[in-house]
Ligand binder design. Structure first.
Ligand code: 5AD
Ligand code: SF4
Length: 453
């Protein structure tokens, strides 16, 4: 009997029926993609998906550690498991993901959250069935967060949420960049890339399943394959996927500026199915802070990249990530970030107040700016961005666009995503996951409107 068959039998005996599985995912797209594989694996072990946490037999949290706020939310929800287990000891509570890869968090779960039964490591999802079996056969909690090997989670089927128009496709795992504020390299391990043929196979499966928006995922897609000396660099991969037959948009996330090249932008320009949207996190507009962050580029180099891309890819939209209040950031340095936002003309930013992460170099850097000042700065920066976004959206009025219907609204209109990632409400009768040719007609209440051509 395989581990999967054994787990199927053991769980069915425990619950007296096929176990209902509830998964809650926190954090980034990579975590969503991991959860889709966790789900795929556990459904193969006989579980059935359950959307109601109350009714589930197995409750699994896939956690995020990137900022303290995400961790607080997870702890709040884990705390609620006390009552769930008190009512029914048979239920199984499982925690995986970045948060529990931090020794101090795993320790705290061991000591203070006795109703968590199993911790597992998402860097090796295939170990999960064995851990559940160990827990059931021993009756003891299984809490070792380590795994034997950091893998590519290859061969585990992803069960994607069919309501989501976008398919997430991991092309690499881990991160070797060690930005000084970031916990990701500590919890997700060293960078490793999937083989092009495995990516191509899964990409084709997504296209065949009807996905029209496929997003390639990695912490730094621009270093794809480099470490393994692969012949296929990221631009080559894009070209290969662009050649797959079908009508779809290819997106990718995240591009690190230090490895973004002219070849990348030239390739995007030549590949009609690659979206005219690039997420290129800058983090700060100050060279001193960028250096302290260990980002390996200057503001000037960043702007050169943007300028070049805009020259070769007409109409491209950039989005970015920004950290406000990095340790020691002065008012002047913060203002440099504000001016960069205007200069770079991002379509949108994801902006965060710096959050201290244990074990990272920035955690021991002196930081005297009060939180309230950082919060005020964040608000002011977002206001600047709001105006830039508005200007870019107004600039779309009158343009003809290919739009993907992502949801239906009442009253004869529907929601779409444009190739450049802008969202728009379109008049008419849409069908989810279908492309439409539209004209952008209006901008009201921070929203674009359009009509079919
Ligand atoms: N504090 C605040 N923001 C962070 N990010 C990563 N680590 C931290 C941190 N410690 C942000 C970065 C990154 C995004 C995914 O999260 O902007 O690009
Ligand atoms: Fe964190 Fe930097 Fe790696 Fe992104 S590239 S995951 S910010 S260390």
């Amino acid at each position: 009997m395989t581990n999967k068959e054994l787990l199927n039998k053991t769980l069915t005996e425990r619950f007296g029926h096929r176990p209902a599985l509830f998964i809650r995912t926190y954090g980034c797209q990579q975590n969503v993609a991991d959860s889709e594989r966790i789900k795929g694996l556990l459904l193969e072990c006989g579980c059935i998906e359950c959307e109601d946490q109350e009714k589930a037999d197995i409750i699994l949290f896939n956690t995020c550690a990137v900022r303290g706020h995400a961790e607080d939310r997870v702890f709040g929800n884990i705390g609620r498991m006390k009552a769930v287990k008190a009512e029914d000891q048979n239920k199984i509570v499982i925690i995986g993901g970045c948060m529990v890869q931090q020794p101090h968090i795993a320790d705290s779960i061991k000591k203070s959250y006795p109703y968590v039964d199993i911790i597992f490591n998402t860097n090796n999802i295939s170990e999960l069935p064995g851990r559940i079996l160990d827990y059931i056969s021993s009756g003891k909690r299984v809490l070792d967060p380590a795994c034997e090997e950091y893998t590519l989670n290859e061969g585990i089927p992803a069960v994607r949420d069919s309501l989501r128009c976008r398919a997430y496709l991991p092309i690499m795992y881990g991160c070797d960049n060690f930005c000084s504020y970031c916990v990701v390299p500590l919890v997700r391990g060293r960078e490793r890339s999937r083989r092009p043929e495995d990516i191509l196979r899964e990409f084709r499966e997504c296209v065949d399943a009807g996905y029209k928006d496929i997003m390639l995922l990695g912490q730094n897609v621009n270093s794809y394959g480099k470490k393994d000396g692969s012949e296929t660099e990221f631009p080559d991969l894009l070209r290969m996927l662009n050649d797959v037959e079908g009508d779809f948009v290819i997106r990718f996330m995240t591009s690190h500026p230090k490895n973004a090249t002219k070849k990348l932008f030239d390739t995007i320009a030549e590949c009609s199915k690659v979206s005219r949207h690039i997420h290129l996190p800058v983090q700060s507009g100050s060279d001193r802070i960028l250096k302290l962050m260990n980002r390996h580029y200057t503001r000037e180099q960043y702007m050169e990249l943007i300028d070049y891309a805009r020259k070769v890819i007409p109409g491209v939209f950039f989005t970015s990530d920004i950290i406000v209040g990095f340790p020691g950031e002065t008012e002047q340095e913060y203002l440099e970030t504000c001016s960069l936002i205007e200069e770079a003309q991002f379509y949108a930013i994801f902006s965060f107040i710096y959050s201290k992460r244990e074990g990272t170099p920035a955690a021991v850097m002196p930081d005297s700016t009060p939180h309230e000042i950082k919060a005020e700065r964040l608000n002011a920066l977002n206001e600047i961005q709001r105006q830039v976004t508005e200007k870019l959206e107004l600039g779309l009025i009158g343009t003809r666009q290919k739009a993907l219907c992502t949801g239906l609204l009442g009253e004869g209109s529907y929601e779409c995503r444009l190739n450049n990632n802008a969202e728009i409400t379109v008049d008419g009768k849409g069908e989810v996951n279908q492309f439409k040719e539209i004209i952008v007609t209006d901008y009201r209440n921070r929203r674009l409107f359009g009509k079919e051509c």
